[in-house]
Design a protein around this ligand. Structure first.
Ligand code: ADP
Ligand code: ZN
Length: 290
């Protein structure tokens, strides 16, 4: 099966062709400009590739509810050129093939569940800590949407007493994204995150905030694995720090195999940063099957 995959991000659009086994044959990346400029280029790419179905994992907020009038739309995004844009409709019309659609982070968790380390899990989470913070949730065999879709990057955190940084989320004073996404790190410490590598206090505070959010997810959703990706998680020293804080904060309350071996529970992505594109292939395969 020749399947198309589109990982639609706020800065770049990754388009790929692959198959139902997760094999990627070819891939290109285009800067995200306006729909008028960028979409025709992507349509041409997928037309030439003769894909039988397309899977789109998209920045949001989006409407993934098939029974809704605005299904397939990017909705209230701050990227104004893309607000209220019917991305699924455009591709369906131009390609005449089935199109699967979900959030970018649901795409990533689907990639890990279908082809990666989360295979066989009933409940898994993928959290990206990058320009923003987002979480994809696979639960009881399905991607979680609920009322809209999870926006778990905006869960509230408790500030450390001596942290005077105001946060940079325009909606919430003390949410995870506002305090722990890459741009927040850079604004708080006045330097590129990558240049702060050796500053212990930077990553200690970062781990402290991420761990609070993870405890909330663990207590509400009971995931069997938590995968952390995105640019900030390239700071690998964060992993042991986050695991230690999670153990400390949960204080022995959750007694499971996973907690015993937390090094296998809170883990980096396993698919060489292809989890998103591979998830799109699975979205495409499912769309074709349906
Ligand atoms: P996006 O979220 O836009 O898809 P990324 O996941 O690459 O992109 O996240 C970009 C953010 O991650 C930037 O704010 C940057 O500061 C941060 N970042 C990128 N690489 C690193 C790194 N090696 N260490 C720490 N932070 C990083
Ligand atoms: Zn927020």
């Amino acid at each position: 099966m020749r399947l198309g995959a589109l990982e639609a991000g706020g800065t770049k659009m990754v388009c790929a062709v692959g198959d139902e086994t997760g094999k990627i044959f070819e891939q290109i990346s285009l800067p995200t400009q306006t729909p008028e400029i960028t979409v025709p280029k992507m349509i041409e790419y997928f037309k030439n590739a003769q894909v039988e179905a397309l899977g789109i994992a998209c920045f949001g907020p989006i409407d993934p509810d098939k029974s809704s009038a605005s299904y397939g739309y990017i909705t209230s995004t701050p990227k104004l050129a893309w607000a209220d844009y019917n991305i699924v409709g455009e591709f369906e019309k131009a390609l005449g093939c089935p199109v699967g659609f979900d959030t970018d982070v649901n795409g990533s968790v689907l990639g890990e569940v279908t082809f990666g380390q989360a295979k066989g899990k009933k409940c898994a989470m993928y959290i990206t800590i990058g320009t923003g913070v987002g979480a994809g949730v696979f639960i009881e065999g399905k991607l979680l949407h609920g009322m809209l879709h999870p926006e778990a990057g905006h869960v509230f955190i408790q500030k450390r007493e001596n942290d005077t940084y105001a946060g940079r989320c325009p909606y919430h004073k003390n949410c995870l994204e506002g305090h722990a996404a890459g741009p927040a790190i850079e604004e708080r410490w006045g330097k590129k995150a990558i240049e702060l590598k050796d500053k212990e206090e930077v990553w200690d505070l970062e781990a402290y905030y991420i761990a609070q959010a993870l405890c909330g997810y663990i207590l509400t959703l009971s995931p069997e694995i938590i995968i952390l990706g995105g640019g900030v998680m390239h700071q690998e020293q964060l992993f042991p720090m986050i695991r230690n804080y999670v153990k400390e904060m949960l204080n022995g309350y959750i007694k499971t195999e996973e907690m015993e071996h937390i090094e296998n529970y809170i883990v980096p992505a396993s698919l060489h940063d292809d989890q998103g594109i591979m998830g799109c292939l699975e979205l495409a395969r499912k769309a074709k099957e349906e």
